[in-house]
Design a protein around this ligand. Structure first.
Ligand SMILES: Cc1cc2nc3c(=O)[nH]c(=O)nc-3n(C[C@H](O)[C@H](O)[C@H](O)COP(=O)(O)OP(=O)(O)OC[C@H]3O[C@@H](n4cnc5c(N)ncnc54)[C@H](O)[C@@H]3O)c2cc1C
Ligand code: SF4
Length: 506
């Protein structure tokens, strides 16, 4: 794809919009589908591959309005049906088309508390945009109305104009809610429970807040400043945060209720346990899980060479094993940390890759090389126990497996050597076993995910759970959706208790 500069895109939009301003409400669907889709302005690929600044720069006002005018305001709102938190998408888009940005923000906030984050990292192409009428009419899902970019535009506009409203908090109820984990699931529960006037404390194992948003997703996709601003809103609401607090070690989960007087707990501890391939050489120096690699880079600031307490390995040739978003983040981070060659090694083809298309496109633009239908057989070390190469196998696609994707089948005697000094394993994450090990009465499934009912309640009274610890490694918006459901159930339980109390005014 040719890179258009942000200035080119902005100038083009200024020219185009004139044609449509007088007829915003009068265009026929056919005319709307002819409005050119707006490309996201982005940093130049060569420049950005050596900095950590955000890659996507966001729409200008004219671009956002043009993109919004492409929406057909469908009667059957498939986009809303496909949005896990049911944002009234056509309504907020219509406000953008009319330059009513504050109203657009209010519509989004009815359903989503973290629009600046979701607008950046949600896989819209498989959710709200997947069945958009415009994409269908143009027979190309990539030409659907860019709902995510519009959501991000509104959140950024709110922040830039200083108009982020602090949600109203009801009078104190005297009830206490503990939240374990400060990822998106925990943050949503905190906001929803605090709004009802309950005292809310978030316990976080790390020294920084945000979960994977902070330690996993790199700043070039989701700047820390955005996460800080969302957390500032919670602080302004009166949510209390306790960092460096490992529930299960610092304090047992049930002690929070039995000894510390919490009336309810939400467990949102995520899926932070890295999986490995189980092949020879995985304990050599120079082999990382993507989690460790990204945590060192993002949370421990390893990119700040010479200053960071936790430096990172100096790599020249890096292999990243896997084909999801985590693999893309690790590969692009390795490039930014100075690697000369970065290879993504994936045992299926590009079609089966679970990573977002946009991330794959960005990775390619930045010079990441993709080795499809290949996988590691073993990692080879030198005399000092450091990685010096990887033996790989070639694959071909066979019959579809249970997931419906064609199964990769090894081609016999296809071994070859890839010279690398670093291997990053990004083949998935499992749930952290600490809570279940230290709370034996908690029911978990065979993968260690906490089992919950339809209200997100666990097998223990007053304890709820949601997000990746329940779903397995999933997405930000699904974690938020589970958080919302859990908060509703906690609020209902506490409201019923308050009503039954002798001093209740009801
Ligand atoms: C590198 C990477 C890239 C991703 N990219 C995307 C993307 O582009 N789009 C998308 O939608 N999703 C993406 N995901 C997935 C998404 O980030 C997760 O699905 C989501 O963050 C899950 O939210 P959560 O709140 O359940 O848990 P998490 O975000 O994992 O947060 C859990 C928190 O709990 C804390 N914790 C754990 N145990 C304890 C304990 N015992 N005591 C106290 N605190 C504890 C952890 O330190 C962590 O801060 C990505 C994931 C990774 C790893
Ligand atoms: S499906 Fe697409 S065109 Fe229809 S209302 Fe939703 S965003 Fe607009």
């Amino acid at each position: 794809m040719n890179h258009h500069t942000p200035e080119q895109l902005a100038d083009e939009a200024k020219k185009i919009i004139v044609e449509y301003l007088d007829k915003i409400d009068d265009m026929k669907p056919k005319e709307r589908t002819k409005i050119p889709p707006q490309e996201m302005p982005a940093q130049d690929p060569i420049v950005r591959s050596s900095n950590l600044d955000e890659v996507a720069l966001g729409y200008t006002i004219e671009q956002a309005r043009i993109e919004a005018m492409r929406c057909l305001q469908c009667v059957k709102k498939t986009c809303v049906e496909d949005c896990p938190v049911r944002i009234d998408i056509p309504r907020f888009i219509n406000h953008i088309a009319h330059a009513e940005f504050e109203s657009a923000a209010a519509v989004i906030k009815e359903a989503s508390l973290l629009p600046a984050i979701c607008g950046r990292v949600c896989p819209q192409e498989t959710q709200c945009q997947s069945n958009c009428a415009v994409g269908k009419a143009l027979k190309d899902v990539d030409k659907s109305v860019a709902i995510g970019r519009l959501e991000r535009f509104i959140a950024d506009w709110e922040r830039a104009t200083g108009k982020i409203a602090t949600p109203e908090v009801k009078p104190e109820t005297g009830k206490k809610v503990a939240i374990v984990g400060s990822g998106p699931a925990g943050l949503v529960v905190a906001a929803d429970c605090r709004r009802e006037g309950h005292h809310v404390t978030i316990f976080e194992a790390f020294h920084k807040l945000g979960g994977v948003l902070r330690y996993g997703i790199p700043e070039f996709r989701l700047p820390n400043d955005i996460i800080d601003k969302e957390i500032d809103v919670l602080k302004a609401m009166g949510v209390e945060f306790k960092t460096n607090f490992v529930v299960g070690r610092t304090r047992k989960l049930t002690d929070l209720i039995e000894k510390d007087g919490y009336n309810a707990i939400f467990v949102g501890t995520g899926a932070g346990l890295p999986m490995f391939m189980g092949i020879e050489g995985e304990s050599l120096v120079g082999v990382f899980s993507a989690n460790e690699y990204l945590t060192r880079a993002n949370l421990m600031r390893a990119f700040d060479k010479g200053h960071a307490d936790t430096p990172i390995y100096n790599s020249v040739n890096v292999a990243v094993l896997g084909g999801g978003n985590v693999a893309m983040d690790a590969a692009r981070m390795a490039k930014r940390l100075g690697a000369k060659n970065v290879y993504v090694v994936y045992r299926r083809t590009e079609v089966e890759m679970p990573a977002r298309k946009e991330e794959v496109a960005h990775a390619k633009e930045e010079g990441i090389e993709f080795y499809f239908l290949q996988n590691a057989k073993r990692i080879i070390g030198d005399e000092n126990g450091r990685v010096k190469a990887m033996e790989c196998l070639r694959y071909e696609l066979g019959e579809p497996d249970q997931s419906g994707r064609r199964r990769p089948v090894v081609i016999p005697n296809s071994e070859f050597i890839l010279n690398v000094d670093t291997v990053i394993v990004a083949i998935g994450n499992g749930s952290n076993p600490l809570i279940s090990q230290t709370t034996p009465q908690m029911n978990v499934n065979k993968w260690g995910n906490i089992i919950v009912d339809e209200t997100q309640k666990t097998s223990i009274d007053r304890i709820y759970a949601g997000g990746d610890i329940v779903l397995g490694a999933a997405t930000v918006i699904l974690a938020m959706g589970e958080g919302r459901r859990a908060a509703a159930a906690i609020n209902k339980m506490l409201a019923e208790e308050i009503e039954k109390e002798p001093n209740s005014s009801n």
